[in-house]
Structure formats: structure tokens, C-alpha cells
Design a protein around this ligand. Structure first.
Ligand code: ADP
Ligand code: GLC
Length: 524
């Protein structure tokens, strides 16, 4: 092959990508989706892709934008999808939406925010301040899908057309559905990629809501949107997208089983040739112990001895006794079933008999919150919790803890164990999803061949969270072994570089599949 031809073959593709999400750090974040929606587009931008991120203009998102400008107005149809739900309380209010443009801080990634009354509420992207989900979330996110399609088909006067629309989680599940209804001779629809960050949230709504949204009636069948007499947004993403992926190889396997597939494992297995798992990376600038502005003392692999100053700061923050030699366990999470908080609670009495302290930051399920609070009253010198969301404290916990707890029942990828590895904080994880793919257990063999990075447990393999914490507290007594674990972890590759390249390949495959199949494959 001559050199010129070789060079052409090696040339990276350059795509226009519309990335659609309900969360985007630092504008709107409840969990890892917010982090990924910010760090993956930045990594793709570094690979010279033209990527734009589309999110709703929540008031707390607009507030955080340094500068923002109006770039387009999109009129909504008088009838047809996305229906009249949003109009029922204030007739005539939602006739059009505005597109506001800003940038992701510290980058040149353009962000488009959809401004509409329906998003103008305080709270989180999904619920009010008391954690009650908005009843019209189906309409709110249907609107996100509708606007994505208007932009994708060049009907938004933005003078930009995507080659690929990349939707994330159920909130973007209808994009592929809507794009397949486009039949313009003059303009091909873009290819679609759908990423599952969490199968447990499926966007399930009733037939009544389906009708109110004015989705086309023929979509109501169990090969397409219908799901056990209701319909599901995520199913739309799984059936209609050219390519489907999730955020770790193990989770891509797990969701094809009944246990993790929530009734859609058959569909995922059927589509498995177009299903893949790509591990998340992390934002190497935001999560860098050497430069992190949120922590007490910066440190790196070369100055590990400084890390303990963060431990003291963390103990002070939580009013825990400042004991240098007591193993301090950190936990930052949405306090929900997924995160295995019940496993921790069930074993708490025994865990607190060990020479450990526990510092928790989180919020979520009220019962889990109050059960955790009970333990802080009984053992205030050993366990403390701060309820709520606190970005800055989450960094200090990563830096100041000796080990980090992630006993998740399932974990599509998980980012905190990656932050922990980078911060020399030993992750203690249950062997599932992305946790299984990113943490190597401190077995004798792995310790001696220098691959061990954390502690991994799984009840069916005969070890519990109590055994795992017990092992951590034993290993912690041996400074050499503990330091080795820290260093092994800190040397891992966490950046988005490789994963962003895999996304590029996925986009190329999606474009090929769109051209090859034209229509989604019928489900048996
Ligand atoms: P998930 O997306 O399932 O919540 P991940 O591990 O992928 O889990 O990501 C969680 C992200 O949310 C991390 O960046 C974590 O630090 C952050 N986070 C979770 N709860 C809180 C909280 N209460 N305060 C601050 N950050 C939080
Ligand atoms: C989800 C998952 C989490 C993953 C995150 C980002 O919220 O629960 O495991 O890391 O999305 O992909």
C-alpha cells in the first residue's frame, strides 16, 4: 500500500455530533450522567469532533452559565407529538421554545439549552426540592427529544447538521423513534447512538400519557414502545437506535440477563450484535489531587505523605476524632437501593466494632437516610453523615479517606471508584458492572504481581462487605502493602482518550448501520 493511501485510511473521521442529555456538569448534575455528559464531549472535542450538547435550560443551569445568548426560536406544532400535556395548565404558554447557547466551562464545547416554562422550576432536573418527581416528566423530556430532532433535521435555523445524534438514558429514548418517522427525500436522517447509563430507570408511562403525547398510534405494540400495557422511553432507545451501548463491558453482559435487564433482557440479547460496553473515563483536570482546589493539601504519587492532611481536614469537618492511624472510610453516593447501602446497614454493628471511622455524604431514600442517622447517634465518634449534595466536600472525601466504600448491588460503570483510584484512596467494591472492570482485588497473587488496586467482594463468591472491610483494616496495618495498593491504583489509566476513540468507532458503525438497514430491526 502506498504511503498516501495508508495515510488516508488512518485518518480519523470528523463528525458533527449532537449529544443529548438531561444532566451536564457543572450546570445540572445529580450523578455520574452529569459528569460523563461534560467530560466525554470535551474528550471528543480534543479528537477534533464538532460536538454540541443539548440539555433543558433549568434555571439553576442558566444561573451557572458565565455568558449565554439566544440563538434560535423553535415553534411547537399545534397538534401531534409532543402533544398538549404542557399546555393543559397554562393554555397557550408553550407555543415555542428558545435555544440559548453557552460553552462548557474550560472548553470550546458549545452547549445548547432549551428554554421553556416547563423547565423553569427549582429543585433537580427530575424533582422538586422535597424530592417529589415532577408528574409531567414524560412531557418535559419528550420535548427534549422533539427539539433534538428539529435540530437534527435542520429545522431550527442553527445552520448546523449532525451526522450522529447521541442520546443518553431514558430521557433521550425517543430520538431514534422520531427520526425513523422522517422521510425526507432530500435529507437523510443522522445516525443514532443510545447510551444506557442505568437500566433501572426506564421512563415508563401509561397509555393515557402515550395518547396525550400524541405519539403515533402504530408505535403501540410490544415490538416497539409498548411495555406490559404501558410504554417505555428506554425501550424506544433500545429498539430504534442504530447502535446501543452502555458504560462498561461487564454491564453490557449483565443487562442481557433477567436479573439486570428489567424485562428487556430478551430485547438486549436480540440486539446484542449492535450492543457494546465502553468504560467511562474521568475528567483528568477536575479530579486531579495535585491541583484540586477543593481539598486541603494537594498531593501526587510523588508526595503521598501530604495526603494525610486531607484526612485531618475531613475528620474535623465531620467532627470525628482526629486519629491518624484509624482507617477512615469515605462514601459519597445517591442513597438508593442501587448503591447497596442496605448491605452496609445490615453489617453496621460489626463494622463499627473494627478500628474504623466512616464519613458519608449523600441523599436520597428517606428510610436509608434515617437508618444511617441512627448509627451516627449511637456511635458519633465512629460514623458521621452529611445529608445533601456538596460538590466540594465530595472532593475532600476522595482525598481525605483512606478507603472508599462502593458496595453497589449493580453499577453500570461508577465514577467514584475511578476518582478514588486516582486519589490513592483504596476502593472497596462489590464485584458488579464497571466496578468489576476497574478494580483488581488485593488477593495474595495480585499483591505479589503488583496488579492489586482495591478490595472486591461478592457474597456468592463467599465474601461479604464485612469481610472486605476486615481485610482493609488488616492491610492498613501494613504500611508497605497499603502504599503499594495506593500507588498501583494511582498509576491506572483513567483518561477518556481510549474510550473517546471507541465512541468515534461506534459513531462510524452507527452511520454504516443506518445506511445498511434503513429501518430498525423488527424484534422477533
Ligand atoms: P451514579 O451516577 O449512579 O450516581 P457514579 O459513581 O457514576 O454514580 O457518579 C456519581 C457522581 O455523583 C460522582 O461524581 C459523585 O461524586 C457525585 N455525587 C453523588 N452524590 C453526591 C453528593 N451527595 N454530593 C456531591 N456529589 C455527589
Ligand atoms: C449511572 C450509573 C453509574 C455510571 C453513570 C455514568 O448513573 O449508575 O454507574 O457511572 O451513570 O455513566
Amino acid at each position: 500500500m502506498n504511503a498516501k493511501k495508508n495515510k488516508t485510511l488512518l485518518k480519523k473521521p470528523k463528525y458533527n455530533i449532537l449529544f443529548v442529555s438531561s444532566e451536564l456538569h457543572p450546570f445540572a448534575k445529580t450523578g455520574g450522567l452529569g459528569d460523563v455528559s461534560s467530560s466525554l464531549p470535551k474528550a471528543l472535542k480534543a479528537l477534533k469532533q464538532d460536538i454540541r450538547v443539548l440539555i433543558p435550560a433549568y434555571p439553576f443551569a442558566i444561573e451557572k452559565a458565565a455568558s449565554i445568548k439566544h440563538v434560535a426560536t423553535i415553534n411547537l406544532p399545534e397538534s401531534g407529538f409532543p402533544g398538549q400535556l404542557g399546555l393543559s395548565t397554562q393554555p397557550g404558554e408553550i407555543r415555542s421554545v428558545a435555544i440559548l447557547e453557552t460553552k462548557l466551562p474550560g472548553s470550546h464545547v458549545k452547549v445548547w439549552m432549551i428554554e421553556s416554562e416547563i423547565y423553569n422550576r427549582s429543585g433537580t432536573p427530575y424533582s422538586d426540592e422535597n424530592n417529589n418527581e415532577w408528574e409531567d416528566n414524560d412531557f418535559r423530556f419528550a420535548l427534549l427529544n422533539y427539539i433534538a430532532v428539529e435540530i437534527a433535521m435542520g429545522r431550527a435555523s442553527l445552520e448546523w447538521l449532525p451526522d450522529v445524534v447521541h442520546g443518553n438514558d431514558w430521557q433521550a429514548g425517543l430520538i431514534g423513534v422520531l427520526l425513523e418517522q422522517e422521510h425526507s427525500e432530500s435529507q437523510k436522517r443522522p445516525a443514532t447512538v443510545f447510551t444506557i447509563h442505568n437500566m433501572a430507570h426506564m421512563g415508563i408511562y401509561s397509555r393515557e400519557r402515550f395518547d396525550a403525547l400524541e405519539l403515533e398510534a402504530h408505535l403501540w405494540n410490544h415490538h416497539e414502545l409498548e411495555f406490559h400495557d404501558d410504554f417505555s422511553f428506554i425501550k424506544g432507545g433500545l429498539v430504534f437506535s442504530d447502535r446501543v451501548n452502555t458504560v462498561s463491558p461487564t454491564y453490557a453482559e449483565e443487562i442481557q440477563s433477567e436479573e439486570f435487564g428489567y424485562g428487556l433482557s430478551g430485547l438486549l440479547t436480540y440486539r446484542n450484535e449492535r450492543l457494546s460496553g465502553i468504560l467511562n473515563g474521568i475528567d483528568m483536570k477536575e479530579w486531579n489531587p495535585a491541583k484540586d482546589p477543593h481539598i486541603k493539601k494537594n498531593y501526587s504519587i510523588k508526595s503521598l505523605s501530604q495526603k494525610h492532611k486531607n484526612k485531618i481536614a475531613l475528620q474535623s469537618h465531620f467532627n470525628l476524632p482526629r486519629k491518624k492511624k484509624t482507617l477512615l472510610l469515605g462514601l459519597v453516593a445517591r442513597l438508593v437501593y442501587q448503591k447497596g447501602i442496605d448491605l452496609l446497614l445490615e453489617n453496621m454493628e460489626e463494622i463499627l466494632q473494627l478500628p474504623v471511622q466512616i464519613a458519608i455524604l449523600g441523599s436520597g431514600d428517606l428510610e436509608l437516610e434515617s437508618r444511617l442517622r441512627c448509627w451516627t447517634t449511637r456511635y458519633p465518634d465512629k460514623i458521621q453523615i452529611q445529608l445533601g449534595y456538596d460538590e466540594s466536600l465530595s472532593h475532600l472525601i476522595e482525598a481525605g479517606s483512606d478507603a472508599f466504600l462502593m458496595p453497589s448491588r449493580f453499577e453500570p460503570c461508577g465514577l467514584n471508584q475511578l476518582y478514588s483510584l486516582r486519589y490513592g484512596t483504596i476502593p472497596i467494591v462489590r464485584e458488579t458492572g464497571g466496578l468489576a472492570d476497574t478494580v483488581t482485588h488485593a488477593s495474595k497473587e495480585n499483591l505479589s504481581n503488583h496488579t492489586a488496586t482495591g478490595i472486591v467482594f461478592l457474597e456468592s463468591k463467599g465474601s461479604t462487605i464485612l469481610d472486605a472491610i476486615n481485610l482493609a483494616s488488616l492491610l492498613y496495618q501494613n504500611k508497605t502493602i497499603w502504599q503499594k495498593l495506593m500507588v498501583n491504583g494511582m498509576k491506572q489509566e483513567f483518561s477518556w482518550k481510549e474510550s473517546a476513540r471507541q465512541y468515534l468507532k461506534l459513531y462510524t458503525q452507527a452511520i454504516k448501520d443506518r445506511d445498511k438497514y434503513k429501518k430498525h430491526a423488527p424484534v422477533f
